[in-house]
Design a binder for this molecule. Structure first.
Ligand code: AMP
Ligand code: GLY
Length: 420
């Protein structure tokens, strides 16, 4: 079959790599793709935010299946446009994507199905929001309701920081995303990510992961999109995973069905684990980046069968076949990230790196020019390895990192430390 993947980051390279290994895949097109993806798929230049353009492209190219990577096209209703045109598509509708698009919506759903999460309140004006913060005290968490590229959350350890965050949000620091603010109880504990596929009814867990959000070693410094990840997440034990499924994920999926907006796609639950119990931090309606790279390394070609079953609504009866293994990915980023950084520096040493079921270099922000690979973004490469133990995966990944010659880039040297 002919498959189109929307997106152009490390996540989409991970998805493309897994899909390509499945003999069902004939032609693979990724839009827009990147330099790494171009080595295994055709890259197409279409406006992935515009449902009509994607439909036209898919029809003209006899595409049988579309996989939507990032949240933005999902939030824009591209999955709806494809399904309305009779095309098979992996990813939730615009209505179901509200689980990521609106934090207040997710909290309402949690309340409606009694899913454990932080206590919360919503505000559209500063004065009552500040009264609430003063009454509750710090630590407390202030969130812009809408999509803010991961920057709309302020975990305030003191009251003054929380009050300042309110002023900032209502002054428009996050644009329309901050017109409504959610204030939450601070949850202590260890975070982990739980990924499930859902076809509207059936829920199938496909793995757990932990990422390192801070730029600096020891998990210090500013937040980023993620500096590395590993799977599985030891903190998410089988018992806690079962509790999260029973109390959080299945009730959420049932509540969305009950409302007439069933969830189809991958559901990524960010969980806070404390005292042997998980509470929901947030939902994302797409695969994580860089968590997908470690998940795909472990799932391989079956990922396509599972995503197809999801899109066709026949996930029941499908199983994930696990190797008892571990995967770890190290993000290489441009110097300066997550603040300002330069583009265009040359990366050498990639040609000699092993590429097999234990080693893979996924590209995020790269372009190819005159046979050279150039940095074209903040997060640039995801050096990924699998092993019988997490330690082995980590050793393999850093051995690859050490072969790369890129003075204008950096990585953390401690990915996986919490689990090791
Ligand atoms: P979110 O965008 O909702 O995932 O928030 C970003 C990050 O803020 C999360 O990954 C957590 O590390 C942190 N966070 C969000 N909500 C809470 C909370 N209620 N308590 C503690 N930390 C939180
Ligand atoms: N790595 C975090 C995310 O994809 O949201």
């Amino acid at each position: 079959m002919n498959i189109l993947i929307l997106g152009g980051g490390g996540r989409e390279h991970g998805l493309a790599w897994a899909v390509k290994q499945n003999p069902k895949c004939d032609r693979l097109i990724v839009a827009p793709g990147n330099a790494g993806i171009a080595a295994i798929a055709e890259c197409a230049d279409i406006d992935i935010m515009d449902g009509a353009s994607v439909v036209t492209f898919a029809e003209e190219n006899a595409v049988d299946f579309v996989i939507i990577g990032p949240e933005a096209p999902l939030a824009a209703g591209v999955a709806d446009a494809l399904r309305n045109a009779g095309l098979l598509c992996f990813g939730p509708s615009q209505a179901a994507a509200r689980l990521e698009v609106s934090k207040a919506f997710t909290k309402e759903i949690c309340d409606a199905c009694a899913a454990p999460t932080a206590a919360w309140a919503r505000f559209t004006e500063a004065a009552p929001a500040k009264d609430y913060i003063r009454a509750r005290g710090a630590p407390i968490v202030v969130k812009a309701d809408g999509l803010a590229a991961g920057k709309g959350v302020i975990v305030a350890m003191d009251e003054a920081t929380a009050l300042a965050a309110i002023d900032e949000m209502f002054a428009g620091a996050f644009g329309a995303a901050g017109a409504e603010v959610v204030i939450e109880e601070f949850m202590a504990g260890e975070e982990a990510s739980f990924f499930v596929l859902c076809d509207g009814e059936t829920v199938l867990p496909i793995g757990t992961a932990q990422d390192h959000k801070r730029v600096g070693e020891g998990d210090t410094g500013p937040n980023t999109g993620g500096m590395g990840a590993y799977s599985p997440a030891p903190v998410l034990t089988d018992a806690i995973a079962q509790q999260a499924l029973d109390q959080i994920i299945r009730p959420t999926v049932a509540e969305l069905s009950r409302r007439g907006t069933p969830y189809q796609g991958v559901l990524y639950a960010g969980l806070m684990i404390e005292d042997g119990r998980a509470r929901l931090v947030e939902y994302n309606v797409r695969f994580g980046d860089p968590e997908t790279q470690v998940l795909m390394m472990r799932l391989g070609a079956q990922a396509l069968d599972l995503m197809l079953a999801c899109a066709r609504g026949d996930l029941a009866g499908h199983q994930v076949h696990w190797a008892d293994d571990h995967a770890l990915t190290v993000v290489m980023a441009a110097n300066g990230y997550p603040e300002g950084y330069d583009k265009g520096s040359e990366i050498s040493g990639l040609e000699g790196l092993p590429e097999d079921s234990f080693h893979m270099t996924f590209h995020a922000g790269t372009t190819a020019r005159k046979g050279k690979i150039l940095a074209a973004g903040g997060r640039v490469l995801n050096i990924t390895a699998r092993g019988a133990t997490l330690q082995e995966a980590q050793t393999r990944a850093y051995a690859m990192v050490d072969e790369i010659d890129w003075p204008e880039g950096f990585c953390r040297r401690d990915i996986g430390w919490r689990a090791l």
